[in-house]
Structures are given as structure tokens and as C-alpha cells.
Ligand binder design. Structure first.
Ligand code: MG
Length: 397
């Protein structure tokens, strides 16, 4: 580069590619949003890049709904729409960086590699002190053979071969030129699967920098388990169980809300809110697992704004507290203790409604019911009680 200032003084930017639909991973959700240690795959890279002290801004290449689902953009970041292919996605990101200095350093990273560390970012940026482009590489430990049919072919000499990872590092001017040339059709051998190939077509040397096994790419469903091990995620999370218990009095002529649904009955539950005893117990169970007080702390009965409130708001609040801690609700189990009405016929609807409120699969919601054999206040139909347990997975911090 002709710039005379020290290379390390140039600003550093990031382009994070999260445009793919990730159908190969068969995870039932776009792979960039699959949860890894309770955090979307994409968020791992976004946090690592945006949190690195040298990287001042970046472009997230993703559809708007993905940007929303991942919790929005960090300060200084913008988004750009994904292209049909990787090359077009990077070009869209470059268009968003049109006003940046030519000597800026830019990292291009694939969100399907969540294990990007500060050390790797440092290595890639440092390589730009001596080169205009750099890629992280790892050796090929396995024997390689040719295969064009279902029969194995000749062994390929793996000496001199390397696996290429991301983030790849470039001077912004060089990356721009590579993409301009490609758009002008100067590159005739098809769409490049990475930017370093395009840069090499310009005749520019690309430094090979030691990569990192933790940059393992999420391609197949099994890769989630591999990444969990590589990133030490099991060691970074803990399981927390919380319990909740609630009672409300039955009174004639009131609507009866239990488990988020209204049940036709001669009596309803009395309380400050809609008195949904089941959702209150569940809310307390989740707050309990978070060690975050109880429902009365967050929604004091003395506060008139909660008079007649629909209790799904309390449960949604508890679920939000879990998400704010980057936790996951693994399971909830509810027991409703009532002599009447019969709960059994309403259990499927309650499960569905609770799963919807908590935004978790129905398989993670259990609703049970029991009577107390006509004993006690529930047996005398004076009230209804509910017990709940919530199991959460929380980051260790
Ligand atoms: Mg209550």
C-alpha cells in the first residue's frame, strides 16, 4: 500500500455473512439462528467481531427478519441484503462501505463459523501489516482420495494442501478492486466461493496464517455437537430449576382463566389480575430458576395498572428475563390442583397456549392435574392451587 501511516492505525471493519438459508444443516431453522449454548449461531460471530477493540464498525449481510431475530445490530453496524451468491453478498456489503478509507482493514467472515476468537482476529489483522490479503488455514490431517463415482479413486498428495477458513482479511481497496473486476466479467471461471480467490486473480499475494480448529464450520446437524465440544459450551452453561406455587379463591359469576385459556364454569378465580393461578405458578417457577424474586416483586398487587391484567403478560415477562440473560427454557411442568372443573379436556389447549407464550416447542411443556380427594380447601372447591417447575439452561458468568 502507498499509505505512509502505520498499517495498524488504519480502521478495522468487519463484513459478516449470514445470508444463507442453511438447508444442509437440516436444523429446522436457518442455521445462523440455531441456538448454540443458548445463543443464536450468528450472535457468536457478531459479538466476537463487534466486541473486538480494533473493529469499529461492520456490515451484517442478512435478511431483515434475521437481524431482528438475532437481537438487532451492534453500535456502528449496518445491515445489507444477501445476494443470490456469496460474491454478491460481499458486493452488497462493500456498497454499504463506499465511504470508507481505501487503507481500511476489513475482515470477511462467515456466520456459520461461530468460534471466532479475539486471538484469530488479532492474527488476521496483524497479517495486513505485511500483506494486502490473508486467510486462516489449517493442515489436512486425513488422507484424501479422488471420488467421482461411488468408487474411491487415487490418493491425492495432501502435502502442500490446506483447509481455508474465515475470517479472511483484506485492505479495503484490494477487496473493492477484486469485486469490481468480477462484476465487469473479468473473472470468467464462475462465482468465487471465497474472496481470497478473487484477490489472487488480481495477482496479489495472499498470506496463509494459522487458523483455528474452533473455526469449524456449521454445515451438517452433527456439527452442532462438534461445536458444543470445541467451544466448551457445556462448561459454560448451568442448569437451574425453579419452583412456583399459587392459590386463588373460587367465587361465583367470574370468568375462569387457567393455563392461559378461559374455561366455562359456574365459578371463576378471584384476584387482582385475571387470577390465572397456573400462569402465576409458572411465572414464579421461571423467576425462581433465575433467582429473580417473585411475581409480586415485579407486578405488585398494590399497583393499579395490573388490575384485571391478562396473566400471559407476567409469563411473557419471565420468558423475556430468561432471554435477556441469554438463557433457554428447557422444560416447564405444571400441576393444577382442583376438584372442579375437570382440567383433563383442556390440557392440550393449555399446553399449546403456554408453549406459544414462552415461544418454546410444545414438547417442552407439561400440564398435569389432580384433585385432593375432596380434602382441604381445594377439595371443598373453595379455591384452586397450582404448582410448577421450570428447568432453565443459563450461561455461566
Ligand atoms: Mg396469583
Amino acid at each position: 500500500m502507498t499509505d505512509s501511516s502505520p498499517a495498524s492505525a488504519a480502521p478495522a471493519l468487519a463484513i459478516l455473512l449470514a445470508g444463507g438459508t442453511g438447508t444442509r444443516a437440516a436444523l429446522g431453522t436457518p442455521k445462523q439462528l440455531a441456538l448454540l449454548g443458548g445463543k443464536p449461531v450468528l450472535r457468536w460471530s457478531l459479538d466476537a467481531l463487534a466486541g473486538h477493540p480494533s473493529i469499529t464498525s461492520g456490515v451484517l449481510v442478512a435478511h431483515d427478519d434475521v437481524v431482528t431475530a438475532v437481537g438487532g445490530l451492534p453500535d456502528g453496524w449496518i445491515s445489507a441484503p444477501p445476494g443470490r451468491e456469496r460474491q454478491e453478498s460481499v458486493a452488497n456489503a462493500l456498497a454499504g462501505l463506499a465511504d470508507r478509507r481505501d487503507d481500511a482493514r476489513v475482515l470477511v467472515h462467515d456466520a456459520a463459523r461461530p468460534g471466532v476468537s479475539a486471538a484469530v482476529i488479532d492474527r488476521m489483522l496483524a497479517a495486513l501489516d505485511t500483506h494486502d490479503a490473508a486467510i486462516p488455514v489449517l493442515p489436512v490431517p486425513d488422507t484424501l482420495v479422488e471420488q467421482r463415482t461411488e468408487l474411491a479413486g487415487d490418493v491425492v498428495d495432501r502435502n502442500g494442501l490446506a483447509r481455508v477458513q474465515t475470517p479472511q482479511a483484506f485492505r479495503l481497496a484490494i477487496l473493492r478492486r477484486a469485486h469490481e473486476d468480477a462484476q465487469e466479467g473479468l473473472a470468467t471461471d464462475g462465482s468465487a466461493t471465497d474472496d481470497a480467490q478473487m484477490v489472487r486473480r488480481l495477482g496479489i499475494d495472499v498470506a496463509a496464517v494459522p487458523g483455528d480448529a474452533r473455526l469449524h464450520k456449521l454445515t451438517y446437524a452433527d456439527d452442532m455437537a462438534i461445536l458444543t465440544g470445541l467451544l466448551g459450551i457445556d462448561a459454560m452453561t448451568r442448569t437451574a430449576v425453579g419452583m412456583g406455587y399459587d392459590v386463588h379463591r373460587l367465587v361465583p359469576g367470574k370468568p375462569l382463566w387457567i393455563g392461559g385459556i378461559e374455561i366455562a364454569h359456574s365459578h371463576g378465580l378471584e384476584g387482582h389480575s385475571d387470577a390465572d393461578v397456573a400462569l402465576h405458578a409458572l411465572t414464579d417457577a421461571i423467576l425462581g430458576a433465575l433467582a429473580d424474586g417473585d411475581i409480586g416483586d415485579h407486578f405488585p398487587p398494590s399497583d393499579p395498572q395490573w388490575r384485571g391484567a391478562a396473566s400471559h403478560r407476567f409469563l411473557e415477562f419471565a420468558a423475556r428475563r430468561v432471554a435477556e440473560r441469554r438463557g433457554q427454557i428447557e422444560h416447564v411442568d405444571l400441576t393444577i390442583i382442583a376438584e372442579a372443573p375437570k382440567i383433563g379436556p383442556h390440557r392440550p389447549a393449555m399446553r399449546a397456549r403456554i408453549a406459544e407464550i414462552l415461544a418454546i416447542p410444545r414438547e417442552r411443556v407439561s400440564v398435569k392435574a389432580t384433585t385432593t380427594e375432596r380434602l382441604g380447601f381445594t377439595g371443598r372447591r373453595e379455591g384452586i392451587a397450582a404448582q410448577a417447575a421450570a428447568t432453565l439452561r443459563l450461561p455461566e458468568n
